[in-house]
Ligand binder design. Sequence first.
Ligand code: FMN
Length: 306
Amino acid sequence: MQLSKAAELCYEITNSYLQIHQESQIISSTQEAIRLTRKYLLSEIFVRWSPLNGEISFSYNGGKDCQVLLLLYLSCLWEYFFIKAQNSQFDFEFQSFPMQRLPTVFIDQEETFPTLENFVLETSERYCLSLYESQRQSETAINMADAFREFIKIYPETAAIVIGIRHTDPYGETLQPIQRTDSNWPDFMRLQPLLHWDLTNIWSFLLYSNEPICGLYGEGFTSVGGVNNSLPNPYLKKDLSDIPLLFEWEIAHAFGKNAAGEHDPIVNTSPISVVDKERFSEYQDDYYPGWYLIDDTIERAGRIKN
Ligand code: FMN
């Protein structure tokens, strides 16, 4: 897929979600969340930094939050290009999308699940990302600020980086949608237009999108870090209690399924790698999928503190 096609697809997914008329508090709050993120991107960010000339990079690690933000970012990128092209003196059909790949940075801090690594590579192709991957040190976890220092050295044109962090993430409570990095970090602007999203918003939009999502979420993970500090979320253990699925409608009516008249309950998860299958063999099928967990306060219960 070309970047212009990927961006147009994301635009269609987002528009389709915004047009859902369902009596669902989750869907209407997610529609509100999308509108606010779009406002930040189109009216506050893209007017200060051009998304088409390398000033903005996207921080991507294959996780659900940054994938949601990527879909919205690409959707707005398409809209930004479309409006510019419409206002130009030349007919729209003679205008070509001025970017082939989206500048993206993946700080791979510690030993990562191969399933996630594969997902990042596959989605880099799907969404036409030009992926910079930091050098990983095998024993000690790499310092994130240093990894970004290295990145900025190689891409000095970077003025701002988009981050899919939310207020409920650790240290996320007091963050602002647009802010400079702290003094002990390399100097650039942090663009954080997803802060107001909660878990239900994330799953509702992502499951509806019908885009491939990282297979680890299908195995009960709700927050993915390194292989040595991430497990399925203990609150999703099947023998604890029955947990209701709140996103049945989104899954059954997901984008693109309706056209074929299908209403299937399958979620588009990426394949689990052979190594991870082996790793999970003891407890595979013991957990509900990650999208059964909707309480933000226990989202990281599967993360082991080092
Ligand atoms: N943390 C800071 O304390 N100060 C910063 O200035 C800062 N800048 C960041 C810039 C980027 C592009 C990214 C991706 C992260 C930055 N962080 C900064 C760290 C994040 O706020 C957050 O702690 C980190 O992304 C958490 O990662 P995790 O969700 O994988 O645990």
